[in-house]
Design a protein around this ligand. Sequence first.
Ligand code: FCB
Length: 458
Amino acid sequence: MVPRSSLIAAGRPMTSQSDPDFPASFLWGASTSSYQIEGAAREDGRGPSIWDTRCLMKDRVANGDTGDVACDHYHRYPEDIALMTRLGLKAYRFSVAWPRLLPEGRGQANEKGLDFYDRLIDGLLEAGIEPWLCLYHWDLPQALDDRGGWTVRDSAGWFADYAALAASRYGDRVKRWATFNEFGVFTMFGYAIDWGAPGITDRQAHLQAIHHVNLAHGDGVAVLRSLVRGASIGAVHNVQLVVPESETPENRAAAALLDEHWNLAFPEPQLRGHYPPLTAEAIAPYVQAGDMARIRQPLDWFGLNHYGPIFAKADPAMTWGYAWGAAPPDMPSTDIGWTIHPDAFRDTLTMLTRRYGLPIYVTENGCGGKDAPGPDGKVADPGRVAFLDAYVRSMQEAMAQGADVRGYFVWSLLDNFEWGAGYGNRFGIVYVDFATQRRIPKSSADWFAALVRAGRLP
Ligand code: FCB
């Protein structure tokens, strides 16, 4: 958490005059996730996930949108790999849908689901694109949620068994593994604030979910380490500045707790062996002897997902007394209202290098918009180009200041199902016409391809 007063010069133009080249080894890629792009929700034996369930609930997802078809990537993945080739991407981060591999979450594996990722991985390798496999991007099998999901301690074992299945099937070809995507986001929105699946709002459930997901991560890392020869293992964390909406003692307290739940409750135990102070006290009843050692496993890299700063305010009606506050009116924002603050990105990168000392891969960064094709059929997105340019420049500044950044994955390759916002918020550098499934690279895709090709800002 930072005091609001230190959040200065928001969105000012970058001062760096020179654009040095990125190292040749710098890894440029794009990220997606299973539920957001695959579709084929009831095909080839896939079981339902908690997001399928949420999409059927009233008023949880804009326009009643669902991930049933999404980008139809399940069928169109060869076309999507061809797009990546055209962009010159060196790496692709995707997630595996747990309910596609294990329709009931545990027990009998689904061969057709396993086959799909075989085809995808083989296609990527043939195209010379390194697969980065993330095991969990929020689509918990519904059958496991029916047993209590992340609130029950057994969930760590369920996850470890699923990790073992994926590792033994794909570990011969996939070397880059991530356990979870954005621990802080899906546990908060799933168990404290009703913005994600399963949509519980309960302090105890939230604390249990935090601790059991940490255990699942630790057990998952141990399994990957033992089953995948030459594995390079990390986890993907959301880390963003949390700022009080205004400097009152109540808002400051709200921001401090939100900051712990959002930014610290996972990397701190995973990498430093303890919970942050406010969380440590509350979570103690769920922590058993040996747990902290189980959670803290050696890792090879830190995955950072970063967007803009968050403003927090006190709200006694909420589960933990914190809520999302408003950004200052003069703070730049994207077309969908997310804050823009490239300097905060730079400072987050340098802070993470100092604090955790691991090589960093930026596993998500990007800009949501309301893009649409022009009369010429092209999709111009100058706002996204400006956003990406400013953020990549800030990353370069951070590297010049000593941040150990090894790669950058743009969110996202394709417009996709953006959770509660449905298909209305477009994050792709490639436009998707959801009626026809036609893909149209936006001007940001050309810009990104030029960056990747030259290894310097266009
Ligand atoms: C992140 C999620 C990703 C996407 C982007 C916009 O929080 O990891 O799935 O929704 O935000």
